[in-house]
Design a protein around this ligand. Structure first.
Ligand code: GAL
Length: 399
């Protein structure tokens, strides 16, 4: 199956150099070799890194990550830390266990201890205003990492993926799995002739990204819902009803179990579930299998989408259980955050590639958006193994 790649925003040459300078760290934190690094680029950026290390002196960068319960944030934290350390910076990396007061305290402490810059992946995008004000008072630049921080002017830069397109990709994968589209996005020659039943899940309502994913997905599904080719038998399609607080796997499993009881116990078929995140996908799959579906796609398990290419889900995709995920390369996101950090610490403003999309309620935050890829079973090797993100053994074992 061919990978449907949305050429969202091309990576700039600067990012390629940064990636080369940083080497590639796979999701597991192991040493992967970036396919983007030619030996001469690696050599010259290695020299540059040595110079930067001197310039970095003993500056500390505070890195606030939301949780260690999801493996992607561990990969993000490790990648940001190791790339900054290679450039000579000290790093104060903290995880907040998905607890808002813990994250606020961690950032307060970083500011008190005199960090030179903050990189923050927020838990609740609206809960950090006093921290951002304190950072601004001390002229500490703030980079929002993957999740936008809302309601405050003191967010200096935002590094993320094209989140609306991630939602489009999730719905596209669902439409491929249901037989409406071919893997290249073109219309299937023999689509389902009867209405197809799905249910939809969204992410955490306090995470700005969740709305972007949901809107991208629902806009893509809209023509099919409007003309009845796809039906949501529970009738639950508005964001607030289908949202999953803190992206919780357990909450998703419970909601899916409830849906199965309320809507499907009388024999109504369920063919697909739109899921915005691999943890939620695994909760949904557990509920479905517990109710007797599957256990595999080939045995009638509904098509379940995902996001983040977490290893547990990649293994499920390899085993024909989860249908797809969206790969957002944490090494590239980390490299972009590090590149922006270097610019700020050198007194320069980083170059955004989007200055219109991400309004945080107070201002449009200059952003750098990266591209993402749909991963079906046939793409695991080319996208995840060949790029050094995971080893074939990890894909086999699921860890
Ligand atoms: C979002 C992020 C997703 C996923 C989710 C749950 O903010 O963009 O990729 O990781 O959080 O952690």
């Amino acid at each position: 199956m061919r990978t449907k790649r949305f050429a969202a925003i091309a990576l700039g040459a600067a990012l390629a150099v940064t990636l080369a300078a940083c080497g590639g760290e796979g999701a597991s934190g192991g040493d992967g070799n970036e396919s983007t690094s030619s030996s001469s680029a690696a050599q010259s950026s290695g020299e540059q890194a040595a110079g930067d290390a001197t310039a970095a002196g003993d500056k500390t960068v505070g890195v606030a990550m939301p949780t260690e319960t999801s493996e992607r944030w561990i990969a993000d934290g490790n990648a940001v830390k190791s790339q900054l350390e290679k450039l000579g910076y000290k790093v104060d990396l903290q995880y907040a266990n998905d607890d808002i007061p813990t994250q606020s305290q961690q950032i307060d402490q970083m500011i008190t201890q005199g960090v030179s810059l903050l990189i923050i992946a927020s838990i609740d995008g609206t809960a950090l205003s006093s921290q951002l004000d304190a950072a601004a008072a001390k002229k500490i630049p703030v980079i929002a990492y993957d999740r936008l921080i809302n309601g405050n002017p003191n967010v200096d830069f935002y590094v993320t993926f094209d989140n609306y397109k991630v939602g489009v990709q999730q719905a596209t994968a669902l439409l491929v799995g249901l037989g409406f589209l071919n893997a290249d996005g073109s219309d299937a020659s023999n689509p389902p002739s009867d209405p197809v039943n799905i249910e939809v899940f969204a992410g955490s309502p306090d995470d700005n990204n969740a709305g972007f994913f949901f809107n991208g997905a629902m806009d893509t599904l809209k023509p099919y819902l409007d003309d009845g080719r796809i039906v949501v038998p529970s009738g639950q399609t508005d964001f607030d009803t289908v949202a999953t607080l803190r992206w919780s796997q357990e909450a998703a499993q419970t909601r899916m179990e409830n849906l199965l009881t309320s809507t499907y116990s009388g024999g109504t078929k369920l063919q697909g579930v739109l899921s915005p995140f691999d943890g939620i996908s695994r909760g949904i799959i557990t509920a479905l299998q517990g109710a007797g579906f599957g256990p595999k796609l080939t045995d009638g398990l509904p098509v379940v989408t995902g996001q983040d290419a977490e290893i547990a889900s990649v293994t499920l995709i390899n085993q024909d259980v989860q249908q797809s995920t969206i790969f957002k390369d944490t090494r590239k996101l980390a490299a972009q955050a590090v590149s922006a950090a270097q610019d700020f610490l050198a007194g320069k403003a980083p170059e955004p590639n989007d200055t219109t999309t991400y309004n945080n309620g107070v201002k449009v935050v200059p952003s750098f958006l990266l591209e993402s890829d749909i991963v079906y079973k046939d793409d695991i090797k080319s996208l995840l193994v060949d790029s050094g993100y995971y080893t074939a053994e990890q894909v086999e074992k699921g860890q």
